[in-house]
Structures are given as C-alpha cells and as structure tokens.
Design a protein around this ligand. Structure first.
Ligand code: HEC
Length: 118
C-alpha cells in the first residue's frame, strides 16, 4: 500500500485539503488577533460591541478609524475599558469592566486600534 491514491480517492483527498485550507486560512494567519478576539468574547465585550456594526457601543472598526491618528489613544482606551465612561459615541455609558486586568485592557485596546476594514 505505498502507491499514491488514485481516482475517486485522490479526488476526495484534494477536497479535504482545500476544505482545510479554507477553514484554517483566516485565523491561522493571525493567531494573535484571534486570541484577543477570544479574550473580548470571554470578557463579555462582544455583548455590547461587534467588529463592524454598532450594538450598544460603537463598532470596533469605527473606534479604530476614529483614533487612527492619535498616538495616545491606546492608553486612554485602556483606561476607559477599565473604568467605563460616556459622551464620545453618544449618551449611553460603557460600564466599568472590573473583570478585566490592566494588562488585558492594554491588549484589548491595542487589538481594537489595529483593526482595519476591508
Ligand atoms: C454594557 C455594554 C458594554 C460592554 C459590556 C462593553 N462596552 Fe465598550 N462601550 C460601550 C458604550 C455604550 C460605549 C460608548 C461610550 C461613549 O460614548 O463614550 C463603549 C465604548 C468603547 C470603546 C471606545 C471608547 C472611546 O472613548 O472612544 C472601546 C475601545 C470599548 N468600548 C471597548 C470595550 C471592551 C474591550 C470591552 C470588554 C472588556 C467593552 N468595551 C465592554 C458599551 C459596552
């Protein structure tokens, strides 16, 4: 059994490989961003935020675009994620997020800021 697979068998193999390539391509290319997306999920950020549309809070792509030229944005957003606040995107406040550590808050702020629309 050391012959290469043939006929229908080979076709099936090719199908499996392309399915794998499609399925793993996107997160595989950005493992860090993927981990931070998981962190945002685990910390319940995504119950009020989505990447590309307003929910209770602004979309993360809108946040990234707003501060794209602001070198101080990361620290300010990290503080805001920890302590909450309002008045930037509307009158609805973001509550404080005591389940997030200062390090996690920095990582989440950095992640949001580097997001880009397609
Ligand atoms: C209960 C809903 C809610 C949750 C949970 C929530 N947010 Fe927010 N978030 C908001 C709202 C509302 C705003 C808009 C506040 C404003 O206008 O100043 C906001 C604003 C933001 C901003 C932009 C702040 C600014 O000053 O421009 C960032 C970044 C952000 N949230 C990240 C997070 C992260 C990260 C988490 C998870 C740890 C999180 N949010 C959890 C509702 C929420």
């Amino acid at each position: 059994m050391n012959k290469a697979p043939q006929g229908p068998q080979r076709k099936a193999l090719r199908w499996v490989f392309s399915a794998l390539a499609l399925g793993l391509g996107a997160p595989g290319a950005m493992p860090l961003a993927h981990a931070q997306m998981e962190l945002a999920k685990a910390k319940h950020c995504l119950s009020c935020h989505a990447l590309d549309k307003k929910v209770v809070g602004p979309s993360y792509l809108d946040v990234a675009a707003k501060y794209s030229k602001d070198p101080l944005a990361k620290d300010r957003l990290a503080q805001k994620i920890l302590k909450g606040g309002s008045g930037i995107w509307g009158m609805v406040p973001m509550p404080a997020n005591p389940q997030v550590s200062p390090e996690e808050s920095q990582a989440l702020a950095a992640w949001v800021l580097q997001l880009k629309g397609h």
